[in-house]
Design a protein around this ligand. Structure first.
Ligand code: NZQ
Ligand code: ZN
Length: 391
């Protein structure tokens, strides 16, 4: 097994009614004034926001609120949050929502305690030295931001960039699976794809050759998500299925399913980020729309790991490695289809012009400066070919 670091400092409070504890949790971090940060309508409509305010009041925590975070969170809202936190002397951020709200909270957390423009961190021009403490009440199982070191932000020009740093890891995550019952089926399915993808990106790693335990955890996680996503499709209020998916979402992106590897590939994520930056599509749907095309473009550079995915997850008995690899890709796409996720850009509602293909590839290659991925590094012409073929 290769050397690795595993750092998962987030306290998890999991189960029914756990959001009632949130005031006591925030108070336990010595918070004098919190920013309650949330998205569009869902948290207010479900009554969750009121329950959170009540819990904060009961624990004597003062707070100010900032809602309106959109999916694929925007820099303008982050600037608004930084200014508000500075004006109100906020010392803790409580995010109520999913990946978009939590990521917006992380960016605000960087911006409040570091001088200068927060976007610099996402452009990797310089690094933050600290971040405000953050906790969350999670309302959607998907991005895994509640336990990850990452945040992903979109600027005013539609450029979407991720930034990873351990200093933003949440102090706590309150996870009540019942809170996900109000999600539209489309968002549940998007979440299922994203959760699988976070483990799959780490799985497709040539250096992960002697990692039996990590591989078995990864296989269990992917199989659990596939099984329970199908249960939720038929019964969106199945508490146990929602619980399995919610817990999988956190474990899939807190590093656990990559221990002993070299970090994973992540090119599908970057290919998708360009799509959601330009077209504002849901992240999970963007991933499922391009993954199969990407996989067929690169699998011959790492047939062993694709084949092992097929054998371990889908029970493929094929002895020829390349055939097993191809079947694994077919099976993964069949899963995406089975939960009504797109497996092409057209199904995602996008028919790219040649100009858009070139622009996406240019942005995806960090303006021609970088290659994406590890075992098959993709340059700008590879990216153009993948966007064209994903039609
Ligand atoms: O804004 P509201 O009204 O709350 O609606 C949201 C939003 O429209 C809705 N929603 C959330 N919880 C709900 C609900 N609707 C009804 N009932 C509930 N309980 O769902 C929609 C999507 O929410 P969002 O937070 O955008 O979803 P998700 O968690 O998938 O986050 C996506 C963002 O996370 C980034 C993605 O790129 C994207 O920007 N990612 C963040 C990562 C990280 N920080 O580690 C890793 C991921 O790979 C990903 O890139
Ligand atoms: Zn993702």
């Amino acid at each position: 097994m290769n050397n690795f670091q595993y750092y998962a400092p987030t306290q998890v409070l999991f189960g029914k009614d756990t959001e009632k504890e949130v005031g006591a949790l925030v108070a336990s971090f010595g918070c004098k004034k919190a920013l309650v940060h949330y998205g569009g309508k869902s948290a207010a409509k479900s009554g969750l926001l009121d329950r959170v305010y009540r819990s904060l009041d009961e624990s004597g925590v003062s707070y100010v609120s900032l809602g309106g975070v959109v999916p694929n969170p925007r820099l303008a809202k982050i600037h608004e949050g930084i200014a508000l936190c500075r004006k109100e002397n906020v010392d803790f951020i409580l995010a109520i929502g999913g990946g978009s709200v939590i990521d917006s909270a992380k960016a605000i957390g960087y911006g409040v305690v570091n001088e200068g423009e927060v976007w610099d961190f996402y452009e990797q021009r310089r690094a933050p030295t600290d971040c405000l403490p953050i906790g969350c009440v999670l309302t959607i199982a998907a991005a895994g931001s509640e336990m990850s070191d990452s945040s992903v932000v979109t600027n005013d020009d539609g450029v979407k960039r991720g930034y990873s740093n351990n200093i933003c890891r949440l102090k706590f995550a309150v996870m009540n699976p019942e809170l996900t019952f109000t999600l539209p089926a489309y968002q549940v399915a998007c979440g299922g794809v994203d959760i699988v993808m976070h483990t799959l990106e780490r799985w497709l790693d040539p250096k992960r050759t002697d990692s039996e335990l990590t591989d078995r955890i990864a296989v269990a996680l992917i199989k659990t998500v596939i099984r329970n996503a199908l249960i939720l499709k038929d019964n969106p209020r199945d508490y146990n299925a929602a619980s399995e998916i919610m817990w999988a979402g956190s474990l899939s992106h807190n590093g656990l399913t990559g221990c002993g590897g070299s970090g994973g590939d992540w090119s599908t994520h970057q290919i998708e980020h360009e799509l959601s930056g330009m077209f504002d599509v849901a992240h999970g749907a963007g991933l499922s729309a391009v993954w199969g095309t990407w996989a067929r473009y690169v699998y011959k550079a790492l047939p062993s790991r694709f084949a092992k995915l097929g054998v371990d997850v889908f029970g493929i008995a094929e002895s020829n490695e390349e055939d097993a690899a191809r079947l694994a890709i077919d099976n993964m796409e069949a899963f995406f289809k089975s939960i009504n996720m797109p497996i092409s850009l057209h199904e995602l509602g996008i028919d790219l012009t040649e100009e858009q293909v070139k622009e996406l590839a240019f942005r995806g290659s960090f303006f021609g400066k970088r290659k994406l991925g590890t075992f098959y590094p993709l340059d700008i012409s590879d990216l153009e070919a993948i966007y064209r073929a994903a039609k």
